[in-house]
Design a binder for this molecule. Structure first.
Ligand SMILES: Nc1ncnc2c1ncn2[C@@H]1O[C@H](COP(=O)(O)OP(=O)(O)OP(=O)(O)O)[C@@H](O)[C@H]1O
Ligand SMILES: O=C(O)C1=C[C@@H](O)[C@@H](O)[C@H](O)C1
Ligand SMILES: [Mg+2]
Length: 170
């Protein structure tokens, strides 16, 4: 069992909003490792960062990624930082991984002041720039397909993905 596709990308790339639309279009389930982690911990991501810290969150995240890749056959979205773990990059090998790419200006507009995103709680523009510089090559390394999201709605991005998946299947 393997996900139909795995969405990776920066905060604000639209992994959750686009992923839900792709799953709906395919008639399959959608799963988001961020939600899995919140269910396991019994609290929100900001609360995990406050109570236990980022390192503990990343431990839960590596386990959530491994479990979802092994047991889920719908559309899977990973948290924005999940690909920074070597173990998770290795686990992604052989899967259809879609990088939803976003440039700084659109990402900043979409996440605003970063509510619900503890890493972006302070100075979201500078932090996002740093994260994008660091992570863009890693998203591209794990991805089998990159879809540009700048200046496009989640519906337009989802339609491109659905067309690509239909082409792959045919
Ligand atoms: N293509 C898009 N165009 C405009 N707004 C978008 C687009 N994709 C997502 N958004 C908006 O940007 C915000 C962030 O999107 P979303 O939560 O789907 O991103 P994400 O990649 O899941 O982020 P995170 O890594 O923080 O979970 C939401 O308010 C969403 O409605
Ligand atoms: O970019 C990140 O490192 C994060 C993104 C979110 O999806 C959450 O996984 C969490 O807020 C950390
Ligand atoms: Mg999300």
């Amino acid at each position: 069992m393997a996900p139909v596709c795995v969405l990776v990308g920066a905060p604000g790339a639209g992994k959750t909003s686009t992923g839900l639309l792709v799953a709906k279009g395919l008639g399959v389930d959608f799963r988001d490792t961020d939600s899995d982690i919140e269910a396991t911990a019994g609290k929100s991501i900001p609360e995990i960062f406050i109570d236990e810290g980022e390192a503990y969150f990343r431990t839960l995240e590596r386990a959530a990624v491994a479990a979802a890749l092994a047991s889920f056959d719908g559309v899977l979205a990973l948290g924005g930082g999940a690909v920074m773990a070597e173990e998770s990059r290795a686990a992604l090998a052989g899967h259809r991984v879609i990088h939803l790419s976003v440039e700084l200006s659109d990402a900043v507009r979409r996440v605003g002041l970063g509510s619900g995103r503890p890493l972006l709680a302070i100075n979201p523009r500078a932090t996002l720039k740093h994260l994008l510089d660091l992570r863009r090559p890693v998203y591209d390394e794990v991805a089998t397909w990159t879809v540009v999201t700048d200046g496009r709605t989640p519906e337009q991005v989802a339609d491109e993905i659905l067309a690509g998946l239909a082409g792959d299947a045919g």
